[in-house]
Design a protein around this ligand. Structure first.
Ligand SMILES: Cc1ncc(COP(=O)(O)O)c(C=O)c1O
Length: 387
């Protein structure tokens, strides 16, 4: 089989570790029951297994109570639960221009339907400037800060510790989207004063698609936007308010949950720092080498360190054409376009044409990155000879 060069880990991680694949097979064989529904041994055993995975997630993010974590379909669902569930009305919130549509669209719903005013923070290489900007935007009517940790377009890392301090000082709800950072960068819910953490299982956490989760601080009670069976409190007419049932209506995604547990085990066995350093080395090396290619424009190349994401354009070719050539001619898989982050593209000046995103994962090697750099050089030469 022809070798593939997969640089689209921000979309989903690939390949999945063998232990993750094995866990899905286990879910469909050994553990194939319905958790929290029946009281037979199989169901109870699975219930126990799922609790252990909640504990694993709690340890991974430094969350005190594993029962404050609910499983969701992905971070999009978690973010909708959070942003729509905190019952904001006639107030002000702060977010950033680097947000994904899974944050922007629920916020736009609040703007349209609940009279919410929004301030959008821009990134800066100096954290202090970002912090000052956030502080300047806080008013007596500000209720929450909703921000992503690592941008899926530029790899920019928001300083959660400092933003969390501001939230604590000003009594603001702190909602964080860690879709791009969970599994490649340390996240500490307690230390960063995070009230609601939204994560997806299929990116750097290495699980399968269709699983994610949400942590909600005990002091916050979310209004559930989906109601249904929980296997408990069956006679109560509305959704129980207790976590995790409150946000877990319907039969759980057992293969997804087990794959997430296996993904976290895999990450722990290697070490998060080791993973981050490997990805950071590839990212730095890639940036350094492609900076010397005449036609390459790298966007927001100022953040050190940054997530393993590099977005570029090449003069003389549009983003979707470049993505296609990389795929068809070189077997290099990237993502072109707008990456579900329209305001990020406005901020970068790429709103009209998009850009091409290279996102690295733990499975990538320096040889693969070198092949990618050589391929970009070949395209650059072709463009020069044909302009
Ligand atoms: C920053 C960010 N937030 C949220 C999401 C949504 O993730 P999911 O599609 O798994 O819900 C993504 C996906 O690319 C993302 O990059």
């Amino acid at each position: 089989m022809e070798k593939n060069y997969y640089f689209d880990h921000s979309a989903t991680s690939n390949p999945k570790p063998q232990v993750v694949i094995n866990s899905v097979i286990e879910a469909l064989t050994i553990f194939n029951g319905n958790p929290s529904r029946s009281s037979h041994k199989k169901s109870i055993e699975l219930e126990r297994k799922i609790f252990e995975i909640r504990e694993k997630i709690a340890n991974f993010f430094n969350i005190k109570d594993p029962l404050q974590i609910a499983f969701t379909k992905n971070s999009t669902e978690a973010l909708n639960f959070a942003i729509k569930g905190i019952n904001l009305e006639n107030c002000h919130i702060i977010t950033s221009v680097l947000e994904h549509n899974s944050v922007l669209r629920p916020i736009n719903y609040l703007k349209d339907e609940k009279n919410i005013k929004v301030s959008y923070i821009i990134p800066d290489k100096n954290d202090e400037i970002v912090i000052e900007n956030i502080e300047k935007n806080i008013t007596s009517n500000t209720k929450a800060i909703i921000i992503n940790h690592i941008s899926n377009v530029t790899g920019y890392i928001f300083n959660l510790e400092k933003i969390g301090e501001i939230c604590k000082k000003n009594n603001l709800i702190f909602i964080v989207d860690v879709s791009q950072s969970a599994g490649c960068y340390k996240i500490d819910v307690e230390k960063y004063n995070i009230d609601i953490l939204c994560f997806t299982g299929h990116k750097s956490l290495l699980g399968i698609q269709g699983i994610g989760g949400i942590y909600v601080n005990k002091n916050i009670s979310l209004t559930p936007i989906i109601e249904g069976g929980t296997g408990s409190y069956s006679k109560i007419p509305r959704q129980p308010s207790k976590m995790p049932e409150c946000l877990e209506a319907g039969t759980a995604n057992v293969p997804g949950i087990l794959s997430l547990g296996a993904g976290i085990d895999y990450i722990n066995s290697i070490g998060l720092d080791f993973i981050f350093n490997h990805e950071w080395n590839l990212t730095q090396y890639f940036i350094k080498k492609i900076s010397t290619i005449d036609s390459v424009i790298i966007y927001d190349n100022f953040n050190v360190p940054r997530g393993p994401v590099v977005s570029i354009n090449m003069k003389g070719i549009n983003a979707s054409e470049l993505t296609n050539i990389l795929s068809e001619e070189f077997n290099i898989f990237t993502r072109g376009g707008f990456h579900c982050a329209p305001l990020a593209h406005k901020y970068l000046g790429t709103y009209d044409f998009g850009c091409v995103r290279f996102s690295f994962g733990f499975s990538n090697t320096i040889e693969e990155v070198n092949y990618c750099i050589d391929s970009l050089k070949k395209i650059d030469n072709f463009l020069k000879n044909n302009s």
